[in-house]
Design a protein. Structure first.
Length: 424
């Protein structure tokens, strides 16, 4: 169980880090201030500041976010609010402290009367002991803001906020998270192919033959090429497997080519194997051959990822043809349960699971649903067509609706997963 929990956290963390790094990298390239790069949600348990970004680890390891200036709600400092400010030798504000649990010894207590941290960059207020006369301080562009939960971030002048970037830059920043998940899957599948020594070939050629199996008893050997079974032509491995599985305990005539020898016919009777769902399939005891070429291993990353993308799109497409079902989705409970199974398969099983989850995360995030990256991209497209963005109020309402729908879906999916894995 401990191994499963650790693997679950590691897999989730890798997915989140790659996804959020995509947003982070392209935001930085666009000149957008990235205030925080967070792994997890909830209260922070660790933080590290580098340049203008605070990197945090938070207590719930089920996601993460990149907090871009102007993209999320800013820390609100209202008139009448007591704060502490640190000044440099030029009486410019370098730090603003709103965290009540942390008092800075060198900070000057100030009751705010007016503030602008976006355009004019100033703070006005009353110093302690003087409630009749206001003082005004300029705020440095890179001044630090200690938020109410203790997180240290940099203030964000208007020119480094998300909306100040060009439309193509904002679209690329939104798209970069899902893009990174697809790239991660490609790399993971390529690594898998190299670690297992090759890629399962789809050619109609036999791989290793199990000793004392039906295939060995019939005289089949590794390298034989099956071109026909009974009167059905066999063009690839999948076609051969399907015919064999459909005919347990039934004699089949294989037309086999072996090296340079003339084609021969061999009678093989597949053994019957009962599956977990009660159905019976035929088996003859051969494995697929491996394509060990470097080209095949590299190509596998792309073909396996593309195949998964098509499957996921087909599932979403079936929602319109067969109707919506919660069973189509899996939440953290389902992912944990599956992780428990893949851990038993070793590192390759975990790596394959990482790739599968990464593709799923990438494609789901591209759905045109408000609050998801796809929803943000849709708003970007609407802005491009209209020639101007939606008002912040309208965009906020749309996002709020999207968040609400996602929360409802998450609750339904989680409850469905709990019933499936714990009560059935």
């Amino acid at each position: 169980m401990v191994t499963t929990i650790i693997t679950f956290i590691l897999v989730f963390s890798v997915l989140v880090i790659f996804h959020e790094f995509g947003h982070y990298y392209f935001a930085k390239k666009a000149g957008i201030l990235v205030r925080e790069f967070a792994i997890g949600f909830g209260p922070k348990i660790f933080s590290y500041r580098k340049d203008e970004t605070t990197f945090t680890i938070r207590i719930l390891p089920i996601g993460g976010y990149v907090r871009m200036a102007g993209y999320e709600e800013e820390t609100e400092i209202k008139p009448g609010m007591p704060i502490g400010i640190i000044l440099n030798q030029q009486d410019e504000v370098t730090t603003i402290n709103t965290y009540k649990k942390k008092q800075l010894l060198e900070a000057v207590p100030l009751e705010v009367s007016a503030i602008d941290l976006e355009k004019e960059l100033y703070i006005e207020g009353y110093l302690a002991g003087n409630e009749t006369e206001t003082v005004r301080y300029s705020v440095k562009r890179d001044a630090m803001l200690i938020e109410e939960d203790g997180t240290e971030v940099q203030i964000a002048p208007i020119d480094v906020q998300f909306q100040s970037a060009s439309l193509p830059q904002r679209m690329m920043t939104n798209f970069a998270g899902p893009m990174n998940n697809i790239l991660l899957a490609i790399v993971a599948f390529i690594v898998m192919a190299f670690l297992q020594g090759g890629v399962v070939s789809q050619e109609n050629q036999l791989g290793p033959v199990t000793p004392d199996s039906v295939a060995e008893q019939a005289g089949l050997i590794e390298g034989d090429r099956v071109t026909q079974i009974d009167d059905q032509k066999v063009a690839n491995w999948n076609e051969m497997v399907q015919i064999i599985q459909k005919n347990p305990e039934k004699p089949l005539t294989f037309t086999v080519e072996s090296g340079t020898e003339p084609a021969k016919q061999v009678v093989v009777t597949p053994e019957s194997s009962k599956q977990s769902d009660g159905t019976e399939i035929g088996l003859i005891g051969v494995q697929a051959s491996l394509d060990t070429s470097i080209g095949a291993k590299l190509a596998f990353g792309f073909t396996a990822t593309w195949s998964l993308i098509i499957q996921i799109i087909s599932v979403f497409g079936s929602m319109f043809t067969k109707g919506f079902s919660v069973d189509m989705f899996g939440g953290p409970v389902a992912i944990y349960a599956t992780t428990e199974a893949v851990v038993k398969m070793g590192f390759l099983g975990v790596l394959n699971w990482l790739a599968v989850l990464s593709v799923n995360l990438g494609i789901v995030n591209l759905l045109p649903v408000p609050a998801l990256d796809g929803g943000k991209l849709l708003l970007n497209l609407i802005e491009g067509i209209r020639g101007k963005p939606l008002s912040q109020e309208k965009e906020g309402i749309i996002t709020l609706i999207g968040v609400g729908l996602l929360l409802v879906l998450m609750v339904l999916v989680t409850w469905n997963d709990i019933q499936t894995y714990f009560f059935k």
